[in-house]
Design a protein around this ligand. Structure first.
Ligand code: ATP
Ligand code: MG
Length: 566
């Protein structure tokens, strides 16, 4: 476990993190006239993932905490990868996390203004049209250990630059033949300041502006100006943009615009999963998962389908904190946040995931009884429900062993166990089929062992869960586990195929689970604790009479134990 996580606490009196400290200093000095205005700026080229959740919680959280505003801005400056499908999904995911934006904007809405500012930069002698090809530009840029060289067209006249830039815009030139570059310093130790590209020719259809534009601004040129247009105060981004900040500042100064403050923080990395867009795309395209919302995916749609609650994600983001140091958080922190929340809110149910039939030979045929079962001992308002009990039951295969080791307190031949909310039973006979598989346990029950009975206090070592056979409903249960079998792909060499680290046990499907009948009215995204087993969420693949439950998380972290054993 790492430092950021161990200092974590949901305590509202926790000390300020460094960005809150900057905001409070700015509020005190009146730097932005007492305003706080942040934005969350996704590029609509993919689905949001848990890493984005950290940025969302941070940006929207600051606005909430300081009575400010937060915009949702689609940073759609690269038409090749962007799509309205992603815009819709992003909106939905931000809302699901529990946030509502003050304004919705698109960088593409600023294309006209950005173009006009580029013309201004040309007129000021601060930008020029460069005729180098992409390979030449790379070559001329130099390296971190050697200065770059000026482009041969760097000193074109303003008139010629204006003419060429206009013709780039009207589509006269082929892609890759010209760019508009800022005239800064080809010898700067900061590579981002070696005459960065502001515009490139791209004859691509844009999801909002259609075929209007033949040139598109780069991220570095569009981002700060978009922040400025929206009067953002604190423009928060991840650490890899630290070296871009001088360029962010340069553009705003050179054009002479209102100047937000860029602040960088460490991105969220989690163990046992992948977050790079490229790898997520490979998983989906190669059908290694069922889609973007596969419950193993770290996408917000996947996490949601798995059974995560927005509250647990927000608690997790709060706990891991905000810092300037890159680190990796153990998935256990995320899972614990979910367990903690579901323990409070999820109703308890009984389910036999791998059922074994139990017949109580001394229980009258045709008789049933109703027992009261507590819905959630953690929630006094959750009430009780009735459980039907009868002669034929199912228990979980995990709760019976023919030849148990010492200290096994569940059911064994000749052993006894208490059935939750019901009676003590004794196992008299194990019935096998020709293949040697257990088909039935023949047991007897102690009629006086129920609460109120003469033997109610009878001490038995174990209590197990059960389902009444005649009224049970069938379900498919999908047991999900970590996507990766190793903690991180960080040490996997470039050329090696990362796919071999996909956990082969990341999904196990159990077809014949038996559940207590009250679960038949569950709706997709309803979450329950299956007692002694884990937290489960009804999947959207469910149909009437064919329930599908996803395991969101087991009751305890069994992974650490398994790894040790293995
Ligand atoms: P791309 O590689 O396409 O740029 P990205 O992960 O940066 O992908 P964006 O859509 O540009 O995706 O991200 C939107 C916002 O979310 C940015 O401000 C980015 O810094 C932030 N963000 C992305 N990934 C993480 C992460 N792992 N942790 C924290 N913030 C993140
Ligand atoms: Mg990005």
């Amino acid at each position: 476990m790492d430092d950021a996580a161990s200092e974590a606490t949901a305590d509202p009196k926790r000390s300020l993190h460094f960005i809150e400290q900057i905001v409070e200093d700015d509020l005190a000095s009146g730097k932005f006239g007492g305003r706080v205005h942040t934005r969350f700026p996704p590029e609509p080229n993919g689905y949001l993932h848990i890493g984005h959740a950290k940025s969302i919680c941070l940006n929207f959280g600051l606005a909430q905490k300081y009575g400010g505003k937060c915009n949702l801005r689609f940073d759609d400056t690269n038409p090749l990868a962007e799509d309205t499908e992603y815009v819709d999904s992003i909106r939905e995911s931000v809302r699901w996390l529990g946030f509502e934006w003050d304004e919705e904007h698109y960088a593409s809405d600023y294309f006209d203004r950005l173009y006009d500012w580029a013309v201004e930069l040309i007129k000021k002698g601060s930008a020029y049209v460069c005729d180098l090809s992409p390979e030449q530009i790379r070559e001329y840029r130099g390296g971190w250990d050697r200065p770059g060289k000026n482009s041969p067209t760097r000193d074109r006249s303003v008139t010629e630059n204006l003419d060429l830039f206009e013709r780039m815009r009207s589509g006269e030139f082929a892609e890759g033949t010209r760019t508009l570059r800022a005239k800064i310093d080809m010898t700067s130790p900061n590579m981002n300041l070696r005459d960065p590209i502001l515009y490139r020719i791209l004859k691509a259809h844009h999801h909002r502006t259609g075929d209007k534009w033949k040139i598109y601004p780069t991220y570095d040129y569009a981002h700060g100006q978009s922040d400025s247009i929206e009067k953002i105060t604190h423009s928060i981004c991840t650490l890899e943009f630290e070296d871009h900040r001088p360029l962010y500042d340069w553009c705003l100064e050179a054009i002479g615009l209102y100047h937000p403050q860029q602040i960088e923080f460490a991105r969220l990395n989690l163990t046992h999963t992948v977050m790079s867009k490229r790898r997520l795309l490979e998983l989906v395209r190669e059908k290694l998962v069922a889609g973007w919302d596969d419950p193993r995916m770290p996408t917000l749609e996947g996490i949601r389908r798995r059974g995560y609650t927005p509250e647990s994600l927000r608690a997790f983001c709060e706990r891991i904190g905000v810092s300037k140091y890159n680190s990796q958080h153990d998935m256990v922190w995320l899972e614990d946040a979910l367990r903690e929340h579901l323990n409070k809110i999820a109703q308890r149910r009984l389910a036999a995931l791998r059922p074994i039939k139990v017949t109580l030979t001394n229980y009258p045929e045709g008789k049933t009884e109703q027992f009261d079962a507590n819905n959630n001992p953690e929630d006094p308002n959750s009430g009780t429900r009735k459980l039907t009990f009868g002669r034929e039951l199912y228990i979980d295969a995990d709760d019976f062993l023919e030849e148990p080791p010492k200290g096994f307190f569940r059911l064994k031949p000749g052993g006894e166990v208490r059935l939750r909310f019901a009676y003590v039973i004794t196992c008299d006979e194990v019935v096998m089929n020709a293949a040697g598989e257990i088909v039935e346990l023949r047991c007897t029950y102690d009629p006086e062992s129920h609460s109120g009975g003469a033997n109610a206090g009878r001490k038995v070592k174990g209590t197990i869960h059960w389902v009444h056979a005649l009224t049970a409903v069938d379900a498919e249960v999908r047991l999900y586990d970590h996507l990766l079998s190793i903690e991180s792909l960080g040490d996997v060499p470039e050329g090696e195929d990362w796919r071999k680290f996909i956990n082969p046990e990341s999904l196990k499907i159990l077809k014949g689970a038996k559940l207590e009948p009250s679960l038949s009215s569950a709706r997709p995204e309803d979450r329950f604790q299956f007692e002694r087993t884990g937290y489960f969420c009804l999947d959207k693949d469910s149909r009437d009479g064919a329930l599908v439950f996803n395991r969101a998380v087991s009751l305890r972290d069994s992974w650490a134990k398994m790894q040790k054993k293995g």
